[in-house]
Design a protein around this ligand. Structure first.
Ligand code: NAI
Ligand code: 13P
Length: 331
């Protein structure tokens, strides 16, 4: 069995590599920074993300992307959504003509409003059936510690989705296949925006009723956009929809929720960014999702207000008033 390359040594790339290793795969992690790759090789842990989590012996690391990718049957992409296109331009010469590309990203590209699998298809110049999206309630710190979780491997080619499912099945990870790539990706990207709103509500101590409302109406606007783009509405009731939305909103590990809490306490975007450090995809993706919704004549009121708070300096209290005083309508 050939090895798996995981491109990106951040929080999810590292935890995902551990899952693959625990499932019996040989894994090479690519890190942009040699110091991180060397740290993994020398200590068997990723000292920058999970210093207390021992990676399986089958997991190694390099800062040479060509070495990581060469001969890999599965190439996992675990970088920030907004850098993916540029990264793939560098990696394309190394990609095998039949490798399955796995997208872990939960964002929408700024400017193009493309989903991550669309970016992969364009930038890596591969047919759509080679891409599998993995998405679900998968907070990396829990998975790195072996706490149980489930996820979805979504691909239009069931053979490749099953290949990925098999490669990440462990006693603590239960993956399901699905053929709704659009639904899986939108669920993952929009839940980050809703988690920002949830975090704001949490910090402002607005109560549990409004937090439940944000989850429910957030899912409604996610599904509205998804259906307009061809997704199966049922996908949004699954792990990559409701599952991820609830998991992210509830978890103190969520960078998006934490970012929202900081905004809700009155911090600026820059202050919140400096404090959170890691990728909080919703902050940039809220712009792209708002644009995608407008292009498709889909109403996404929560996303609109999150974008105003993040990028237009709107006061969260005013954003809430706008949401609460919209024209009343049927559910
Ligand atoms: N952390 C989590 O619990 C989960 C994250 N995700 C998604 O996975 C994706 C990656 O997130 P994380 O690993 O958590 O983020 P992270 O912030 O922990 O790590 C991102 C990694 O990308 C690297 N990076 C930054 N700029 C880069 C560039 N220009 N080129 C190449 N690499 C660059 C960073 O050095 C870091 O190693 C995101 O789309 C996120 O939404 C999905 C499920 C769970
Ligand atoms: O996608 C995630 C859990 O499924 C991680 O969420 P955050 O990026 O908000 O930490």
């Amino acid at each position: 069995m050939s090895h798996v390359a995981v491109l990106g040594a951040g929080s999810w790339g590292t935890a995902f590599a551990k899952v693959l290793g625990d499932a019996g795969r040989d894994v090479t992690i690519w890190s942009r920074r040699e110091v991180v790759a060397a740290g993994i090789r020398e200590t068997g842990c990723n000292p920058h993300y999970f210093p207390d989590v021992r990676l399986p012996e089958r997991v190694t690391a390099t800062s040479d992307a060509g070495k990581a990718i060469a001969g890999a049957e599965i190439v996992v992409l675990a970088v920030p959504s907004q850098t993916l296109r540029g990264n793939l331009a560098d990696w394309r010469p190394f990609l095998d003509s039949d490798a399955t590309l796995v997208s872990l990203m939960k964002g929408i590209e700024l400017g193009t409003t493309k989903r991550m699998s669309e970016v992969v298809i364009e930038a890596a110049q591969v047919p759509a059936d080679r891409v599998v999206v993995v998405s679900g309630p998968n907070l990396a710190p829990e998975i790195a510690r072996g706490q149980p979780a489930a996820t979805v491997a979504a691909g239009i080619d069931l053979r490749r989705a099953t290949l990925v499912q098999d490669a990440i099945t462990t006693p603590y990870m239960r993956p399901y296949t699905n053929d709704d790539v659009v639904g899986a990706e939108l669920g993952g990207a929009v839940k980050n925006v809703i988690a920002l709103a949830y975090g704001i509500a949490e910090a402002m101590r607005l109560g549990d009723n409004i937090k439940a409302t944000l989850i429910t109406r957030g899912l409604a606007e996610t599904a509205r956009l998804g259906v307009a783009l061809g997704a199966d509405p049922l996908t949004f009731a699954g792990l990559s929809g409701l599952g991820d939305l609830v998991g992210t909103c509830h978890s103190p590990f969520s960078r998006n929720r934490t970012f929202g809490e900081r905004l809700g306490r009155g911090e600026t975007l820059e202050q919140a960014q400096a404090a959170v450090g890691q990728t909080a995809e919703g902050v940039k993706s809220c712009l792209a999702i708002r644009d995608l919704a407008r292009k498709n004549n889909v109403e996404m009121p929560i996303t609109e207000q999150v974008e105003r708070v993040c990028h237009e300096g709107a006061d969260p209290r005013e954003a809430l008033t706008i949401l609460m005083t919209r024209t009343t309508k049927a559910e």
